[in-house]
Design a protein around this ligand. Sequence first.
Ligand SMILES: [Zn+2]
Ligand SMILES: [Zn+2]
Length: 568
Amino acid sequence: MSERPEKTVLLRGGDVHSPADPFATAMVVERGHVAWVGSEGAADSFADGVDEVVDLRGALVTPAFTDAHVHTTATGLALTGLDLTGVDTLAGALERVRAHAAARPADRVLLGHGWDASAWPERRPPSRRELDEAAGGRPLYLTRADVHSAVVTTALLDLVPHARTLSGYAPDAPLTGAAHHAVRAAAYDSVTPAQRTEAQRAALARAASLGIGSVHECAGPEISGADDLTGLLRLAAEEPGLRVTGYWAEVITSPAGAARVRELGATGAAGDLFVDGSLGSHTACLHEPYADAPDGTGSAHLDADAIAAHVTACTEAGIQAGFHAIGDAALSAVVEGVRAAADRLGLARVRAARHRVEHAEMLGPELIAAFAELALTASVQPAFDAAWGGEEAMYAQRLGRERARTLNPYAAMLRAGVPLALGSDSPVTPSTRGAPSGPPPSTAPPSTGSRCAPPSRPTPAAAGGPSAGTTRACWCRALRPTTRCGRPATWWCRCPTTGSPTGPPTPAPAPRTARPHPRRPAARLPAHGRGRAHGPRAPERVTRQDPRTAERRAPACRTAPSSAVLTC
Ligand SMILES: [Zn+2]
Ligand SMILES: [Zn+2]
């Protein structure tokens, strides 16, 4: 790509993924901005007037992705520290701990992340004695993959003696709840500001290398601390790279509370404001007990009254409210609380605030309808389902197969008009530019159609973003979004490898009229090209000009963009 931002560059011969023109193969970048997207025929008219022409050789170009839920510092610490993601045995995990301890003799506390005993043959996490031995008697904090529990060494517990008196403490089991939070605070306090900045920089660089252009940081007093959030927002503002939107997970009940959130630079009092915990740690709040822990229904941290007070204060202050809620009982409490706020303030006012719910995994038809009614955005993590869904994996262990199958009903949510924002919850699942190559097992019907293949080729910079390969989850049969007015969404699913439409045959989309959709952004032309090239085109014209159109129209499927908020 251009080294001089003032250059005008034409990229052509690719597959340009844009809502402005679903059949675009070319784009013009002018002074660092996408100035136009369109077809090869129109690109001919630009070729002589630009400074540089780049042949995409069939590559897929997409806008930069947004990861709608990340924990930047924890992600960076996993990148710069001990990462147990993908380790498949208990013995292998202990071996990694030994090697890490030997490699970091100066660290006051050893930090690590990513173990998941549900996939290990031993089916148990490391015992405290095993960890003490592997860490050489040093303080060690090791979070489970979902970050809602952690195993620690005796030396770390000795630094936080009161943790042994808190709820969630067990002599030889992962710490959860208050005990976990106390130990986590002590572990993160050991991280120096320089280490933290190094970790944040590493996480942002990693995201940029994957084609991610912006992230939503889910910070909070129980998660990362105010200094962590303000430091991250400052770093993002001062250094070129990702745009960071901050959310602060603290209950507010007054204008003063809202002012504090604004002072931190956060967009909302939202993110991981815990209504419950996680399924993996048996702390997601359920109506019915866990299948593998029949005495437990999880933990409830906020009730409907507290949720109503928070939503009311946020709505009145004009900031977004949001919650972490996974289990059906937690989500019921959220809906009850938001509805109570709507009764107080008026439904239109609450809807206009576009409050959001993180994870929102266990939703039945009633809750989905309530989300749509209250205009709640569901900030979901499809990779959770890919990691833990299916007939045998963790969700089925915790809930039984029947209930596990109902998790993450993205298709039903989209059909009901619930906006989805897709994220990774990194480091819970890795921040990626796409998602797993198959449909989420809990939501997809039996597979008879094709799936998108994994990415295999690099993609040139898209929309001013970094060079990167691209991948896009192709859950064609699960995701059939329509916009709220019932029109088909304009995002088409194409296989990143072949560029072909994928998925099972479906009826061709209704022909679009020549008139651009009123709220759809129109393709813009560079100043020197205005009057010479085409704007948004009528579908009939596309059909005649684009030889691939007929192929695309027949087996087409549609899927949501990475940070999908489907509007009409
Ligand atoms: Zn969360
Ligand atoms: Zn989170």
